[in-house]
Design a protein around this ligand. Sequence first.
Ligand code: PHE
Ligand code: NA
Length: 501
Amino acid sequence: QPHKREAFGSRNVFILSAIGSAVGLGNIWRFPYVAYEGGGGAFLIPYLCALLTAGIPLLFFDYAIGHRFRGSAPLAFRRMHRAAEPLGWWQVLICVIISVYYAVIIAWAAMYTWFSAQLTWGPGNENDFFFGEFLQMGDVAGGISLEFVPQVGIPLLVVWVVTIVIMGFGVKRGIGAANTVLLPLLTVMFIVLVVQALFLPGAMDGLNAFFTPNWQALADPGVWASAYGHIFFSLSVAFGIMVTYSSYLKRKTDLTGSGLVVGFANSGFEILAGIGVFAALGFMAQAQSAQVSDVASAGIGLAFVAFPTIVSQAAGGPIIGVLFFGALTFAGLTSMISILEVIVAAIQDKLGWGRVRATLTVTIPLAVISMAFFSTTTALAVLDTTDAFINAFGIMAVALVAVIAVSWVLHKLPALQEHLNRRSSFRVGLIWKLLVGLLAPIVLGYLFISELITKISTPYEGYPDWFLSIFGWGMVISLVILAVVLSLIPWSGRSHAKDDP
Ligand code: PHE
Ligand code: NA
């Protein structure tokens, strides 16, 4: 007997979970600096173009595939065409890689929620504390270290246990319930945080720096590329996530209406994060008599060095810190759940296993790998490299191949269009097909090639060749090979893989 396919309790729970997946670390710390570097206020133009011409159309594309073919990514692609199954496994494997390091950042954020409450780092010592005392960072030149760093390893174990328990409860009682609690909580914390940041002295200078448009940036193709690149990441399209989640929706569902809510909610969070983060940076600049541009650092440093500095210096800093890192932790957890669900659902479908067995078989080895690699002194270099390579040659590459295969080789866009329009409030037409079948391949192709040129011509971050060939190139290439191998394994009879539902 095939297992009955799980389902979300209602469309609203699906929407909450899809927003929970989309709103993640990318909104809170990635968007503010991408926007700032891309021309501040003027960046909103390429950003909105990317959202409307690529983000939302591809979100509809993912929804249509998952909902029409009712399966995890490998099953949905296989039902579309036998030969398309590796595309689904490629997405699953990308999620495997992301899950092992995404968990680590959540663990850091959780520890920093705790540290913020008591300023554990010692004011003035934020940088050394993060890289030195906390991460115990070492140099990769001497090889990969397996030296265990307990203050990272223990919270990491807790993150894995929490997510494994949520996953074990299934789509409705686990994933749906967790998002129903965490997303509203996260939203409230975030709004309180932003309002509080706006009252810091110097906040307006930060906002001026953020919103003052640099129109020249619009003439730079790199700025447009970064807007499109960010949108793909931020909406979690082409990860298999939206395919998997929409396969749990009831037959009669307004797909495009849900997609619009998810797309705009995610962007709302980003703009709010930009305001909050820059208000805080404005405060920091004023406190140090510096320019906002001097204190606006990128990436990990912004969250784990600049923010703690603000927490040390601002009145009510510990509250700001708890809200910021708490929000980061919850936003990360809801995204982490969605990443793991791609993998668990694929194993359930392929092997015909039940929820608990599939969850434990998938997540325990991942937790072990994650702890072995990322609670060590070389964690940061591995994390940074894997992230850069998987974004460029995983997510973007699979999205490129998927849109080309589905539109040009398999000619499925008309069928997907019809499926979207069957129940939806917002109808899609020729423009949607052109955006997905033509504009998306052009933009993704451009991004892919320019990334390829950069990464080949200069060794990423100057890391040694042996290191980049394992954790960069080797990793992304083996995913493709493994995806093909996995698609050759036979399906369990219980998954009815050949039926077109
Ligand atoms: N979309 C998420 C964000 O903006 C990132 C994410 C990546 C979510 C991978 C799920 C999976 O942070
Ligand atoms: Na996002």
